[in-house]
Write a protein that binds this ligand. Structure first.
Ligand code: SF4
Length: 324
């Protein structure tokens, strides 16, 4: 992991924001790409928003990107471009919650804040035999208080790194290496044969199904897209014109009258944390642009599609159908 042992708060912050919803393996290439383009906070504060979103494309949870840009500008304007040095000031920054603030405070400034990630939760659950999952606010508080109590206040950075490493390499989710673990003698889960049951499973989130119909309007070598500005998923990304409806009757839409379309038989799906998106695509050649003039679409050459940031599902469609 390129951010391991890092002391630069800007780089720690970038890595933590990426890792908030992304696995390490996937996050690493985004981390490198972001730092290459924006090597410091001033460079990020001056970033062109579209270029930043393009680098972020595929990572999901795009509000992270928007918050990063706002935070970088705030640090430049309000803190002279110097990352704040106290936990409370770090916590005030947009997009930074208690976990990320603790990670920056501990790793960059060696401040006494315990970092509670999945590795730490697993070790604490198993070692102390904690039966509740890390889910409700009350349950989270229980873990955070315990982690904070265990933290040696003068070796915050190395302790936090050590416990996270122990979780990643010894107390692994599957087949932990208990024989090599320095805590085996007093570990509740090891002594009582409860390793596979701890940490306790979170209750399942029921995903909400949403049905999106995308209309690929084409005119010779041009294609029409729109930017998603409403407060919803995929905010700031681009997409073809979209109608959300479970079952659609195309005759209800006057702008489609007289347009010849072909429905792509394949259904595309994408799972988000609380939603499952079902995507249907229709291709339409538009000869008379008056039909779609009220839809507020942007006309771009097909050859320039790749410079816009699209949600994963739409990229899959474009790739499969030779647009990209
Ligand atoms: S003994 Fe096994 S289960 Fe307990 S903390 Fe060590 S690795 Fe984890």
């Amino acid at each position: 992991m390129p951010w391991k042992g890092e002391k630069n708060p800007y780089k720690i912050w970038v890595s933590e924001i990426i890792l908030q919803q992304t696995r390490v393996q996937q996050g690493e290439k985004y981390y490198r790409a972001l730092l290459k383009k924006y090597p410091d906070i001033a460079a990020l504060a001056n970033a062109n928003e579209s270029e930043l979103y393009k680098i972020w494309q595929g990572l999901g949870y795009y509000s992270r990107c928007k918050n990063m840009l706002q935070t970088a500008k705030m640090i430049v304007n309000d803190y002279n471009g110097i990352f704040p040095h106290s936990y409370d000031d770090i916590l005030k920054l947009k997009g930074i919650g208690p976990y990320t603030a603790a990670a920056i405070a501990a790793f960059a400034f060696d401040l006494p804040y315990a970092v509670v990630d999945g590795n730490v939760i697993r070790i604490l659950s198993r070692y102390f035999g904690i039966e509740s999952p890390y889910q409700s606010a009350k349950e989270k508080k229980q873990f955070e208080l315990l982690a904070q109590k265990l933290l040696p206040k003068k070796q915050s950075a190395s302790y936090n790194q050590a416990i996270m490493d122990l979780g990643a390499t010894i107390c692994k989710p599957q087949s932990p290496l208990c024989e090599s673990c320095p805590f085996a003698k007093k570990c509740y889960a090891y002594i009582h044969g409860r390793i596979s049951e701890l940490p306790a499973k979170k209750s399942k989130i029921i995903l909400k199904d949403r049905y999106f119909h995308f209309f690929i309007f084409e005119n010779k070598q041009s294609i029409f897209i729109q930017q998603r500005n409403e407060k919803d998923i995929w905010q700031h990304l681009y997409s073809p014109y979209r109608i959300e409806k479970q079952k659609i009757n195309l005759t209800e839409y006057p702008f489609l009258k007289g347009l010849k379309y072909s429905k792509i038989p394949e259904r595309y799906t994408q799972k988000l944390s609380h939603q499952k998106i079902h995507g249907f695509f229709y291709r339409m050649e538009v000869n008379n642009l008056d039909c779609i003039q009220d839809l507020q679409l942007i006309k771009i050459p097909k050859a320039r599609l790749s410079i816009y940031a699209f949600p994963k599902m739409i990229i899959s469609f474009f790739e499969k159908n030779n647009y990209l």
